[in-house]
Design a protein around this ligand. Structure first.
Ligand code: CP
Ligand code: NVA
Length: 308
């Protein structure tokens, strides 16, 4: 079995296998309904337990569809209904029970420590469905979307991120090493990625450049991505942070700095970091991006079950 916790913990070979499996499975399902299982139903009888300690629309529904299309089933837990969250049961006992009933566990949480603890106690695979440290599901799926649209290996493209140095960017940075692509980041000076992540990039000879000017960061971009300035449960002074990011909104002037066929991606939900003009414009591929979560997560599930 395999856990899916961070992009950097997984080899390029295995990440590539996930992407190519997703492509094959997506192609084979053109005429099926959302809940029809793939012909081979490789996870028939398997049970996914998913728990969200923070809000989710896309991840929760796309995983439900993903496991159903593979022949399995899912249950979503509300943390406030568990003994664990009220302190009435230990994490290790909870993990033991999840491993007794379920075949795979997915967790969205505000605590990377909790992810580590569950990893240690579970006897079944664990999927990180977003933590402060990363959102690997989103980024692997975005790489799939980028290559699907551009019909090119991502290593041949210029990727640009404008916005906060948050969990989604952390995973994008990790992916820039595993998939060898050039990554420009546009963010205010005091919102740079963590020193430890930047050191890891340096050690791995990454092609990463940080600009404190959105237009410069977007120069020659093939893909521009962004995300909310204020992430879920962000404890900062929100008004100040939004002000600090005022010059880092993705608008049509920023998009114009990119290459002719530059596309715009956003993991959603969105806020003031992108204008409606860009979000609903021709270059925006956000709906295709959201749908592809289903396909890539199916192959991530298969990877976790060692069935790729
Ligand atoms: N992009 C994403 O993970 O969306 P949700 O928070 O709605 O799951
Ligand atoms: N950075 C965002 C991503 C949401 C999918 C958050 O953590 O809230």
């Amino acid at each position: 079995m395999n856990h899916f916790i961070n992009i950097k913990d997984i080899s390029t070979f295995k990440l590539r296998k996930i992407i190519s499996d997703a492509k094959n499975r997506k192609n084979k399902r053109k005429y099926l309904n959302a809940l029809d299982a793939d012909k081979d139903a490789p996870l028939k009888g398997k049970f996914l337990i998913q728990m969200f300690e923070k809000s989710s629309l896309r991840t929760r529904i796309s995983f439900y569809l993903a496991i159903r299309q593979l022949g399995g089933s899912a249950l979503t837990l509300r943390p406030d209904e568990l003994h664990l969250s009220k302190g009435g049961e230990s994490l290790s006992d909870t993990a033991k029970i999840l491993s007794t009933y379920g075949n795979i566990f997915m967790l969205r949480t505000d605590s990377d420590k909790k992810i580590e603890e569950f990893r240690n106690y579970l006897k079944i695979p664990l999927i990180n469905a977003l933590s402060p440290g990363g959102h690997p599901l989103q980024i692997l799926s975005d790489i799939f979307t980028i290559e699907e649209i551009k019909k090119k290996n991502i290593s041949k493209l210029n990727i640009c991120w404008i916005g906060d140095s948050n969990n989604v960017l952390n995973s994008l940075i990790e992916a820039s090493i595993r998939f060898s692509f050039k990554l420009n980041i546009g963010c205010p000076k005091k919102y740079k990625p963590t020193t430890s992540l930047l050191q890891w990039v340096k050690k791995n000879k990454g092609k990463l450049n940080i600009f404190h000017d959105a237009q410069k960061a977007a120069n020659n971009a093939d893909v521009i991505l962004t995300d909310k300035v204020i992430s879920m449960n962000d404890t900062v002074n929100k008004a100040k942070k939004i002000k600090d990011f005022k010059k880092f909104q993705v608008n049509s002037n920023v998009m114009k700095q990119g290459n002719r066929d530059c596309i715009f991606l956003h993991c959603l939900p969105r806020g003031s970091e992108v204008t409606d003009e860009v979000f609903f414009g021709k270059q925006s591929k956000v709906w295709q991006q959201a749908l592809n979560r289903v396909y890539v997560q199916k192959s991530i599930l298969l990877y976790c079950f060692d069935k790729l």
